[in-house]
Design a protein. Structure first.
Lengths: 335, 335, 335, 335
């Protein structure tokens, strides 16, 4: 049974190698980015029950405001049109006060009566008489009530949703750091709403050709100079010092490009208004790395008032910064 | 006092044996499944105060949409009927504008007036006059307002509720794994809404006859090749390697059936829209294990676009995969 | 400076002794219970700004349903009365449709018009004319809208509030446990809504006369046979084994009473619908301990169906259970 | 490569020195307070997209009630004025029932009709006729419905927002503690709503002139006699014992002032109604430290009932308390 014990240590070894974050090691197409810059995944999902797979409420929570209001107005118009047709069907003369002079004026009044019922404003200039019209109106007002409730849910959901609107610098740089070099990128809170207790993880994913000739995707968590802060009132430059044991050690930009290197950034924080945990993700592809450059300060004091002033527009501002060849001869500013 | 110290180590031993997850060791009926496949428990609860035990709000949050809307419509009809009777009781002639030509037409108008009051649409074609009818209408409109508020609460509660809609493969398999075998099942996120930071636990529960002839239910947490992932954009195959120290080691399917083996699956994750923790549970009974089979890939590339495409319909697709007899002579594909 | 280093170890010692949970050691009145059985604290707070100290929204969330509805109805009546007076003040003849035959009938119609405005039902049989009445009505309808919003908030707040409705046995017992004795109490989930991932802490607080003659309140966390479970579908008996190192070791009921012993119970759990953390607290005073008794099973099978059935009414059912004098001569069933 | 290994230990050293909480070490203006007493940060942020940086919903959640209601009433008036103009534009004679005797009376009726539409009260004394007025009214009632939904969201958001209203003593003191001295401040829960599971961190930030003549801001986490409590029913005095290894050891008040010392207080707790985590922050500047004083008890028993009574008004009450010169010759009561 010594064989099986041997197996176990092999298992541990296998597991150690699989820091793949859940992406798997089989995605080896060099054109496939794992994480888009906005933090979404590059996977298409098909099959299953569409209505269970697609969550309409979730969609209405995360879509843009423009899309949200367009959908609401469209829905309002369509619903009023449908109910106007229903009032027509049960006999438009059952709506007391409707202008029956022409078919068009009758339908128009039915349409507006529908809008007055759906929003429960109910002026009463037009009012239903008899079983048919009254029933349609009773259904419509209940529907209006529920739609109202839904709209409230959606608005609250959209506003209270915990989002970390973190801006990342357009490029990551490899810059001098103490007397070695470091991989760096910078981020800032886009909103004036505070984020606290931030925690960041950076993983490097590369396509590596193995001894057996097969290409696999590897994943390495990078050591960070600092991975946690309590407060985030200004900017934060995340630094991975490229020491001897870094997977980046000794790699030129061409190596990074050849290996389809992608830096995956995972941020966890707490937003200070509701104390909810928020996540933010992004990635830097080898193409988005500048070698031999450093970030410029984001502070300014335009008024000379002595108050710390942070200029968000300077987030991606960089400057050439030659790397010392003594420790890193392989890094030549080649951007 | 050496005796009591001895007791303490016995206590620890006793505790060690009780990884029962809270089910207890006395449920020894071989026909009783601990966890249903949908994650609910097999316990009936009686006694106590019914109205405190049964939480109507909770029920309205977790019930199906069909049931939810049926209850709402029924409630609306019943409430309008009750209030129509109340208006009748205080004298239907106090509703100005009601069609008093027949008793039926009067009651019908009272019914629709009630619906107009409850939804606060209040056209005014029919309106209350005098103390009695006005009082009933004032009560009904307050009630309508509160019911509206409740409906909003319920809708928001239903939509914002954190649920992990995780699909599990119909069967678990015992398949070749590296050069031994492994217990495996597969899962996928049913929704396009992302789940992150997943963590899974698998416990094996069996009925074991003890030396003293008594049968007790035992519980073992199974070692997993991997129990955590950061992301879950595709599928995840959970693997318990059947090493020498696994409680599954050396067991045939007949053994599993005889011991009434049940694999309890506990999943914790975070859903990405609201950053809430979600739970999912399921179980695989010995009857739902296929020995000597492996899962087929779920990826496909129908469009040839090079984009990773996951087909949810292939979740439970398996294929025969003979187990090597060298290490596991007891496993013969016998399903 | 060796003196100061010595200080530090004294500090640690001092801290070790202060497992007081935040109650402090100065509450030494033997009649003062720290925690009431419903988990509330025995402290009166005065001073500060009353309106900041007293949170009316919080009060409306946690008060009983009876109190909640009484407050709402009272508020509705008072508000309508105030607005009826306002309409009277601006001239009741500015309400078109009001019955002006007597002062009483006019005020009554103003009252009901107010209710129709507040709930936004607005029939229009009575409607404001002119600047004064229209302004009051415009204010009232805005107020109605906001009150509506508030009612929705309150109802959602009441329903979605995470509460652990855990029932505790009326008495705790000291019962035989393995071959020693144990302090035990039992609890069950009052609701059919599941609780998961439970964690319990038990602290024993006693008034102890120190060597210097001063009486101080001591606090000890008790070791538990088991302090966590994953699931809670049935009942859970919490057991503190009274081993040699237990503060209960060698104490009779008279000792417990003399020391004003109080067992503080702190429970944390997750409710399964919204995945929120919930807390529950209670305490057992020495007067509520029964020595030499054990809990009876809560399971029953009235239908003989083989399904596990839990009877909540049996939660506090106990039976005499003599303690062995061999190990615990000091415990004689004396309740 | 031994050089690079050496680098690594230097890195660790560098990190150790940077317990800066996220403020950075470059804020060296002695007049700049890091944290205001209300816990907000002293940073001005410019640039970026204003509408993305400024979160109007967040602002409406955290602003004062006075500001909130002023905004709502202003918004209501402005919106009604705009819609009155729109009705005027489409022809005021299309509002049936409007008083057309003068331009002013017509506009006034349009204004009030608008308010009746926006709040969906819709009496119907005035009602739209024809396409233009009906369309404006249909739009306004939809808007009213959405504003209603928004108001509900805002009110619920304001009320349910997890806030720790913790009051801190006006001054921190350096007082006798056991037989050394301690830095102390006191806090109390302003609300009757319970806070549980409190955890506190205290950091000392000072401007220190380095050997190279540059002034940098240093940060030190202070050891606390006690940093966690389960309950917070009364007051809590946080104590940092000034032992030999404390950065405060041997410092006079003048030293603290010269170093621009600021004590940053970070509190985390759980509020008991919704079980949400809440944060509270404050800071004590050197100017707000009293040397040689101690806090007076906050307990009182005005009714003599034996119930513990806490007087919030006594939170900042201090009394002179001379420090022993034996251990701390440098501390002379000099406030």
């Amino acid at each position: 049974m010594a064989i099986l014990r041997h197996k176990k240590s092999k298992l541990v070894e296998a597991e150690e190698k699989r820091k793949d974050l859940g992406f798997g090691t089989q995605i080896t197409d060099p054109d496939t980015r794992l994480l888009n810059r906005d933090g979404s995944f590059n996977v298409i999902r098909i099959g299953g029950n569409f209505w269970r797979r697609y969550n309409i409420f979730n969609e209405l929570i995360i879509c843009s405001w423009k899309r949200f209001f367009t959908l609401i107005v469209t829905f309002y118009l369509v619903l009023n049109f449908i109910f106007a047709c229903l009032y027509q069907a049960v006999g438009i003369e059952n709506l007391q006060g409707v202008d029956l002079s022409t078919t068009g004026s009758g339908f128009m009044d039915a349409f507006f009566f529908s809008s007055q019922t759906l929003t429960t404003v109910g002026y009463g200039r037009i009012a239903p008489i008899g079983f048919g019209a009254s029933t349609v109106a009773a259904i419509e007002s209940l529907l209006g009530l529920l739609i109202f409730a839904l709209a409230t849910s959606l608005l609250y959901g959209r506003f209270s949703r915990p989002v970390a609107r973190v801006l990342y610098s357009d490029k990551a740089v490899i810059a001098p750091y103490l007397d070695i070099t470091g991989f760096m990128f910078r981020m800032v809170n886009e909103q004036d709403r505070q984020l606290i207790d931030l925690q960041v993880e950076v993983a490097l994913s590369m396509l590596i050709k193995q001894n057996d000739g097969k290409t696999v995707r590897t994943y390495d968590l990078l050591n960070l100079e600092r991975s946690k802060v309590n407060f985030f009132p200004t900017n934060w430059t995340i630094v991975h010092p490229i020491t001897e044991d870094s997977p980046l050690f000794g790699m030129s930009k061409d190596d990074l490009l050849a290996n389809d290197a992608e830096f995956l950034i995972l941020l966890k924080a707490t937003e200070d208004t509701y104390n909810q945990t928020v996540n933010s993700r992004t990635s830097f592809h080898a193409r988005e790395i500048v070698i031999g450059a450093k970030f410029l300060p984001m502070f300014s004091d335009p008024t000379g008032s002595g108050v710390v002033t942070l200029d968000l527009n300077k987030l991606s501002a960089i400057q050439e910064a030659p790397l010392s060849s003594e420790y890193h001869p392989q890094y030549k500013p080649n951007n």
